[in-house]
Design a binder for this molecule. Structure first.
Ligand SMILES: Nc1ncnc2c1ncn2[C@@H]1O[C@H](COP(=O)(O)OP(=O)(O)OP(=O)(O)O)[C@@H](O)[C@H]1O
Ligand code: SF4
Ligand SMILES: [Mg+2]
Length: 423
């Protein structure tokens, strides 16, 4: 583990989660893949943090790392995940190896079974494909009720696997464990399941609860998945591309629903998407990810009004202009780089695609505050210097007209995204 940071000293109770220098690697036969590299961010109470980036930038692996779901050959290799949980902090204070600071616990220093037990009651998850989250041969109501049941037992004592057997007897627990798909469901859990279906806007929830997943439309199933994630009354909802598979109208409804449940419950949300329109509509703060790193972070206004990193500008430039549709979108030229450790190099990972790349970019820029503000930060030399064409590395880089055009397009598209978000 890396040298522990001083960040925990500044943890305050309204910081629900503070992730410090988190790294996750896949140890494949072809070599080591640095999927997440020294990523740090905070999630505060009652806010939506948007994480945006192209495909392969490490968004999902970051989310999986938080909830300890990275599968072999992957592993979280470094970093700290400070979570505000006064009871857990009391339980682990003074225990060998466990790191506790005030009411925060570093989840990487507590046993895996504790982290597992936090999934549901502490961290709810919504993924892109609702079909894969439901068992096709069990009714939606029963599956939700089971989720309620499991969360109730787990939250009774997150530290103890015994709590899974409490309340309905060990013999029943064994039968349920060996007969697939048969979980114990009490009447009160089923009532709660129906209530949750109602809360996520499913009409006639009692009748719908008796239906199978295949009888639900995509949008309805996505609502049911949100209900499932809410079953444990989590502090943090991790929504990974929650609307990508849905058509635009249903997408808007699901986003509205997410906003409503977030506001009603005062919950925190980490919203992961490659869609800046969704980010603009939903987020309080934004982290922009590229090649496993957070390259720019700031509140909605900073990222949309004053993006500094050319990657962020490029993303803004690739939002479709709804007022004046282009024949086709202009994606950012080039591809996401290889994340193989041996091929990543020492400089800025975006240099190959950056229209402003200069000689100084061949050394990795540290994250620095933009305009001296703590909240808006970027990993780019342009934070504190102007682009100098005489130092330019690429042919396109010397074409200042192109650069100006792309900036103008980024500004125009950012403004459109904001208008869309306000509607
Ligand atoms: N099982 C795996 N084995 C090896 N490498 C992996 C594995 N899973 C992920 N990776 C690496 O991690 C990188 C980041 O993946 P991740 O799924 O986090 O991307 P993402 O930003 O969520 O992309 P998308 O928008 O397509 O969902 C991938 O490009 C890949 O290189
Ligand atoms: S550090 Fe250099 S190459 Fe990297 S994004 Fe900034 S200007 Fe471009
Ligand atoms: Mg993903």
């Amino acid at each position: 583990m890396s040298q522990r940071t001083d960040a925990r000293r500044s943890l305050d109770p309204d910081t629900l989660l503070s992730v410090r220098d988190l790294s996750t690697r896949f140890f494949t036969q072809e070599g080591q893949v640095n999927a997440v590299e020294s990523v740090s961010f905070d999630v505060r109470d009652n806010e939506i943090l948007g994480i945006v980036g192209e495909s392969g930038s490490g968004k999902s692996v970051t989310a999986l790392s938080l909830i300890d779901l990275v599968e072999s050959p992957g592993r979280v290799t470094d970093g700290e995940i400070w979570y505000y949980h006064p009871d857990l902090a009391d339980e682990f204070r003074g225990e060998d190896g466990a790191q506790v600071e005030g009411d925060h616990v570093d989840l990487r220093t507590v046993p895996a079974q504790v982290r597992r037990a936090l999934r549901g009651p502490s961290f709810g998850t919504i993924f892109q494909d609702p079909m894969s989250s439901f068992n096709p041969s069990i009714t939606v109501g029963e599956q939700l009720a089971e989720a309620v049941e499991v969360q109730r037992r787990a939250s009774a004592n997150p530290r103890s696997t015994r709590s899974r057997t409490q309340g309905y007897g060990f013999a029943r627990f064994l039968v349920d464990a060996v007969v697939p798909g048969r979980g114990y469901v009490s009447d009160s859990s089923m009532d709660r399941a129906i209530e949750l279906l109602e809360q996520v806007g499913i009409p006639d929830p009692a009748a719908r609860a008796e239906e199978y997943p295949s009888q639900f439309s995509g949008g309805m199933l996505q609502r049911a998945m949100i209900a499932q994630a809410l079953a444990g009354e989590p502090d943090l909802l991790i929504a990974d591309e929650p609307t990508t598979a849905l058509d635009v109208t249903i997408q808007a409804q699901i986003l509205d629903l997410l906003r409503d449940v977030q506001a009603d419950r005062g919950m925190s949300v980490v919203l992961i998407t490659h869609d800046l329109g969704v980010i603009a509509r939903m987020s309080d703060r934004i982290d922009v990810m590229y090649a496993g790193e957070v390259v720019e972070r700031g509140d909605l206004e900073a990222i949309f009004e004053n993006p500094v990193h050319p990657y962020t500008r490029g993303l803004l430039g690739s939002i479709p202009d709804l007022q004046e549709p282009q024949p086709r979108l202009e994606p950012i030229a080039g591809n996401v780089p290889s994340l193989f450790d041996a091929e990543m190099g020492d400089g800025c990972y975006f240099a190959d695609r950056c229209p402003n790349a200069m000689r100084s970019c061949l050394e990795k820029p540290p994250e620095r505050p933009v305009d001296g503000t703590r909240a808006h930060r970027a990993k780019c030399v342009l934070v504190d210097r102007q682009y100098d064409p005489t130092e330019g590395l690429s042919k396109g880089a010397n074409d200042s007209d192109d650069s100006t055009d792309s900036n103008a397009q980024a500004e125009k598209n950012a403004s459109n995204a904001r208008t869309e978000a306000a509607e």
